[in-house]
Write a protein of this length. Structure first.
Length: 254
């Protein structure tokens, strides 16, 4: 499996209209199975990270396209995330195990493991304003909020008063925080999208249903499809956030 980097500011007459600037396709020892997640280092474009179904998380030098560090998770990795605050260098990894693993970029070692769910974890997200607070979602439909500094690290579980007693009926495949850090948005394999207030986690404050992606795109065979949140400002409105969700037939719901 290869990784391609493209320069979106350099347009050429190609089928993609962008210039490929680097590739790992010729690097020995690169990922051997599906690459499930890729992220730039939040504070420096000279580094990015990838995770894969080959059970590894890898850190890359974007200039040389050389591997700088590797973590062996011993489980298929669905996704990973880094804090945008820059307060620490921990990478939260969601994989087939019931644990969220925290990998420390500074030491190259595992810093902590959180027993987060009854089965696999598919999604994790750091709070944008509270550096050590994160959310995680599992294949069992549960959604939790954690403070990694505490011995009793779980702050709350979402959706406990719902009929199912959990946040979703299907696997939680994608998670993110809103920009102010007060709400968590979750998407499930059933196509349910729910917005949760972290101070009132019993029931979602907003929920909607989109056509779910085909099953083979949203289960453990192909990893988790990720949502994206964009903040925009117009002449007539203050900042607002637009949520983009992958759906059926290669569509994106906004």
């Amino acid at each position: 499996m290869s990784i391609q980097l493209y320069d979106l500011n350099s347009f050429e007459q190609t089928t993609t209209c962008t210039r490929q600037v680097a590739s790992t396709s010729q690097i020995a020892g690169a990922h051997t199975r599906l690459i499930s997640c890729i992220e730039w280092y939040p504070l420096d474009s000279g580094m990015f990270t990838t995770s894969s179904f080959d059970c590894t998380l890898r850190v890359w030098d974007a200039e040389s396209m050389a591997e700088a560090c590797q973590f062996d998770l011993e489980s298929c990795v669905f996704s990973h995330c880094m804090s945008s605050t820059g307060a620490h260098a921990l990478i939260a990894v969601a994989d087939e195990s019931a644990y969220i693993r925290l990998c420390d970029l500074r030491t190259g070692a595992f810093a902590q493991s959180l027993l987060a769910h009854h089965s696999g974890c598919m999604a994790a997200a750091w709070s944008p304003i509270r550096p050590f607070v994160m959310a995680s979602g599992g294949t069992d439909g549960t959604l939790g909020l954690w403070d990694t500094r505490r011995a009793d690290s779980q702050l709350c579980s979402f959706g406990l008063t719902r009929e199912a007693g959990k946040a979703h009926d299907g696997s939680v495949t994608s998670l993110l925080f809103t920009g102010d850090g007060t709400r968590v948005v979750s998407m499930a394999s059933t196509g349910a999208v729910r917005v949760w207030d972290i101070n009132c986690p019993e029931n979602p404050v907003v929920e909607c249903q989109i056509d779910p992606a085909p099953k083979h795109h949203s289960n453990a065979q192909s990893g988790a499809l990720q949502m994206a949140l964009s903040t925009a400002t117009t002449r007539h409105t203050t900042d607002f956030e637009m949520l983009f969700c992958p759906g059926a037939n290669n569509s994106v719901a906004a």
